[in-house]
Design a protein around this ligand. Sequence first.
Ligand SMILES: [Cu+2]
Length: 181
Amino acid sequence: MANPFVLYLRPFLQCWAALAVFLVFLTRPAFASCQTEGLKFDHAQLRATPPNSPVSVGYLQITNTTGQTQTLVSASAPFAKRAGIHDMKHGSGVIKMYEIESGLAVPDRLTVMLMPKGRHLMFMDLDRQLKEDDVFSVTLEFVPCGRVMVPFHVTRLPGLVHTHGKTHAKDHIHKQHDHSH
Ligand SMILES: [Cu+2]
């Protein structure tokens, strides 16, 4: 005959077991698909900084095949106290930068590019100089995927490979170099 104590606890144990199974189903597919197959990162790069520069910018290309929209909600890096996801507004010869407060949505089966003159990661309150050829792990947080670590290479003049050809890409890089962040 079973221990009366176990009999008394059985409904609770079954309940916990069901919850555990539910949690495993809830979390495992998301982690597996996000970190391995579902999210791809290309051309991840940071701009090298002069000594004592308080800010740097990061660019990359995010491709989503997780089967659902993934929203990039935050970034963090070991060399910066704060980081944000920014976009630029172009109008009447003035370029203004602003934070994308709701996060950057990457729809399923699409690639979103963060590149010079447009969306970028902004790193603020740097605690060191970022030197060419250094590599840093940047943590990107997606909803619902969770956190993903992506290696970023420090380059002197960051620029993504462009589909419009080399001349145009070069043009972009020069303009980016001129404005003040
Ligand atoms: Cu910015």
